[in-house]
Structure formats: structure tokens, C-alpha cells
Write a protein that binds this ligand. Structure first.
Ligand code: GLN
Length: 300
């Protein structure tokens, strides 16, 4: 059997199992076994596939059929072009969340421009609350190396994954010390004890925002993700409400809070931000055109 034949068979197997993206998933799984990427897989199409590799491919396909997502099977997921390690202790980074990364970058750049006249301004500080795999914190540090980044999570196991990603993705460019300070904290509870800054120009978060009752109806792939990263309580807004209420003392004057949420929640969140005294409330759409990110600034 050739590599190409195996890819076709794999896709057919996943399609028959009713999965949504059988071709993509089969190619990702096979490319991983052959230690290559999607282009390499196409180039290797006519080559024979050794039996051991086919057997391992079948095992991956079976796991995928049984409801594990490709990212957990591979142990990694791409986010904004970077290769993140993922385990079942963290939410798999979603393309939706790239919107939050983009919005944060553009707001950071805006802030940097407005400070252009200030002589030697302190580096901007950013806190990623509930960092999970570290996708946001590591991406932002990777793309804006002058930022001081602090990342927190309530889960020590998630922080281990985030640390690993910071080492893997940032260390080769920065060398020496880990360029992000990590802290285990239930939202802001221990941020004051952080070795990094305690007031931030930006606080960003992709908190759990799925209503508890909706969790059970999610796709089998999502039900294997940590509920801690998804369950937002009765209306999904428990954590978002807490973040909005607790953030002000941790924001620099005029600092900005940016959060991801469900498109259906965005207007309610705008109301909460307003009632809590935030200004400059802005909403942003994701690639699918849905409202996905909301932010506001706070001046005491
Ligand atoms: N967007 C995710 C989902 O619907 C939810 C992520 C979250 O709660 N932060 O699966």
C-alpha cells in the first residue's frame, strides 16, 4: 500500500464514522506518524507505507473514531503558526481564540504608539488569566518580545503544559530565563504574590464560558476537554462576572481588559462592563463574522 492509498482509506474510515473533517484529520494523523507535514505527505503519496506505520495509523484512526480529537492524539495543536503541546489537562487552542490574540496585538500596538513621545517608557505588562496551554501568553510574547507577560491558571497541571510551551517556543529565541512569569491562581487570588508585575496595561482571558447545562450536549471531542476550562456556571458568565469585578485593582490607570466569550453573551457582557464603570467598550468579530471578543478600559 502507498502512503496516498493509506490517506484515502483513513479518510474513508473517518467519513463512514460520521466525522466532520475526515480528510484533514486522516492527513494530520498520517503526517504525524511519518514525521512530516501536509505538504510532505502529498509528496510521499506514491511511496510504499511500511506495515508498522500503517498499524500505528490504524490505531490513531480508531482513537479519532472513538471521539478523541486529533490534537489530543497528536499531543499538539497549531495556534497562529506556532506548535503548541497539548494534553487533556488543557483546552485545545481554537481558531476563535486567534481573534483575541489579534485584538490584543492591535491594542498593544495602539498603546505603544500613543506612548511614542515618552522617553524610555516602562515595558507594557500583560496578564493572561487562565492561560491553559499558554497559547495566548506565549503567542503574544513571541510576537511582541518587549512585553512583560504573566500567565496564571487555577490548574497546576495546565501550568506545566504552558511552561513547556514557553520553553519550547520562546526559549530558543530568548535564551536564559523563562520569559513569562507563571503563577497558579484562582483568577486574581494570588496575582499579588506573583514574581512579575501586579498592575497590568492589559488583562486578557479566554475563561470558561459554556453554560453548565450546555456542556453535556457538546461534541464528544469537547466533552474530553477539562470541564474546568469550559464550565462557566448557569449562564456561562460566572467567571466573566468575577473577572470584570476583580480586575480594576490589577489594571494600570486606563488599562484594558479583553475577553473571549460566546457571541450570544457579548451584549450582556457589555452591559456588565458598563455597570462596573469600564469605558471604551468595544466588541470584535471572529473569522466567522461572529462577535467573539469584548473589551473595556478602566480608569479609577
Ligand atoms: N469556544 C469553546 C467551545 O465552544 C469554549 C471555550 C471556553 O469556554 N473558553 O468549545
Amino acid at each position: 500500500m502507498t502512503v496516498g492509498d493509506a490517506a484515502i482509506r483513513g479518510a474513508a474510515f473517518l467519513r463512514a464514522a460520521g466525522l466532520a473533517s475526515p480528510v484533514l484529520d486522516a492527513s494530520l494523523l498520517l503526517a504525524d506518524i511519518l514525521n512530516t507535514d501536509k505538504v510532505g505527505l502529498i509528496l510521499a503519496g506514491p511511496e510504499p507505507l511500511v506495515e508498522d506505520a500503517y498499524r500505528r495509523f490504524e490505531q490513531s484512526l480508531e482513537r479519532r473514531r472513538a471521539g478523541e480529537c486529533a490534537a489530543y492524539i497528536l499531543g499538539r495543536k497549531e495556534f497562529r503558526g506556532l506548535d503548541f503541546t497539548v494534553t487533556t489537562d488543557v483546552l485545545v487552542p481554537r481558531p476563535d481564540t486567534e481573534t483575541l490574540a489579534e485584538v490584543a496585538l492591535s491594542r498593544i500596538d495602539e498603546r505603544t504608539r500613543t506612548r511614542a513621545g515618552v522617553s524610555s517608557p516602562a515595558p507594557l505588562a500583560l496578564l493572561d488569566l487562565g492561560t491553559g496551554s499558554g497559547a495566548l501568553a506565549v503567542t503574544l510574547k513571541h510576537e511582541r518580545s518587549a512585553l512583560r507577560v504573566c500567565a496564571s491558571d487555577i490548574s497546576g497541571k495546565a501550568l506545566e503544559v504552558a511552561r513547556k510551551n514557553a520553553l519550547k517556543i520562546l526559549q530558543p529565541t530568548t535564551g536564559g530565563e523563562l520569559p513569562i512569569s507563571f503563577i497558579e491562581s484562582d483568577l486574581f487570588d494570588r496575582i499579588g504574590a506573583s514574581p512579575g508585575p501586579v498592575r497590568f496595561d492589559f488583562i486578557i482571558s479566554n475563561p470558561p464560558y459554556v453554560p453548565t447545562a450546555v456542556l453535556v450536549d457538546l461534541a464528544p471531542e469537547v466533552r474530553r476537554e477539562p470541564p474546568l476550562a469550559l464550565d462557566g456556571g448557569k449562564d456561562g458568565l460566572d467567571l466573566i462576572r468575577r473577572i470584570i469585578a476583580e480586575a480594576p485593582p490589577f489594571l494600570c490607570p486606563g488599562g484594558t481588559l479583553l475577553m473571549e466569550a460566546d457571541p450570544d453573551q457579548i451584549r450582556t457582557i457589555a452591559g456588565i462592563l458598563e455597570s462596573r464603570g469600564y469605558s471604551d467598550i468595544q466588541m470584535y468579530r471572529d473569522l466567522a463574522g461572529q462577535m467573539r471578543v469584548i473589551g473595556g478600559s478602566y480608569s479609577a
